[in-house]
Design a protein around this ligand. Sequence first.
Ligand code: AMP
Ligand code: MG
Length: 359
Amino acid sequence: MSVVPVDTTHPDAAVIANAAARLQAGELVAFPTETVYGLGANALDPAAVQRIYAAKGRPAWNPVIAHVPSIDAARALAREWPASAQRLAEAFWPGPLTLVVPKAAHVPDVATAGLDAVAVRVPAHPVALALLRAAAVPIAAPSANRFTQISPTTAWHVVQSLGDRVPLVLDGGPCSVGIESTVVDCTGPEVIILRPGMLGRESLEHVLAPLGIPVRHAVRRIAHDLTALPDGLDAIPRSPGMADRHYAPRADVWLFDTAQRAEIVDALERWHAERPRDGQGAVPVYALVRTGPPDSGDRPLPGHVRQRLMPDDPAAYARTLYGALHDADQANAGLILIEAPPDSPGWDGVRDRLTRAAR
Ligand code: AMP
Ligand code: MG
């Protein structure tokens, strides 16, 4: 595999042209978007999309998002283009919002996992946009990591997860948003948030209210078993792939409330007592805390716990979250303690990812 640095303000035309030619030829190319790094393939070429599934080990029932450079290019993939989609696209594209709309006949079933709807997005990253324009075909691009692992927010994360499964990685530096896009279903009379992200419900409501279109969150996600077709998939057809345990580091993950700090120290002692000794010394434990140094309380966390102070602002938190989880994975952490974010709307996307990581 080769990793090629690309200047984000002026992406090198030759590098972009080469990557676009590879995509047109059916190859995989990993590239930066503002959310996470994507593993791209020509969305209209079933064999190419199949290569994404193979490289990720992603189950066939989990559909991918088609990335395009403009609203017009998105509309070309849709059988119908709902008023809600038009309004949201005008307001938030390019940006971290994915719209699910009725699928046009020429979009291959493999890209939508057989669903009659297709997910489309115009990303804001200059490298992604340059690549999409040069490729001149829609690019299916799920996160560039093996299935169930943490999404990559740097080129190095891509290399660690996929290795030689991807021939070319464009390195555009760290992602500015840091968690996956907000996914909304625009196929019905209400807009339904299938996956929370940094673009929150209030922002969507604000632009859809004049059209009289309500916004709500999907009732419940599906599937604990990530490798087989989940039971009950038929019952909840809207968004396969919202699997519960996802975005997960290898370590155990415990979410704790700020008020539970003292209990965490006890629980940590029990966790250590119950762990089989492997003769390698203490297994690293990470603590991602938010409200201040964790050992400022009455009962300090044990000294071997590697503490990391996370930002107390949702956008900055999202930007650093996956990097922190990757670091813990790299250090073979056995346990990651995470101070839960506040239960307020701006934190929806972050809370969603943390809850899944903790399952
Ligand atoms: P990602 O893994 O970031 O590429 O996001 C893909 C996710 O978007 C899938 O796991 C689905 O949950 C959702 N998605 C993609 N396509 C569709 C679709 N046609 N209908 C409903 N949800 C979709
Ligand atoms: Mg993913």
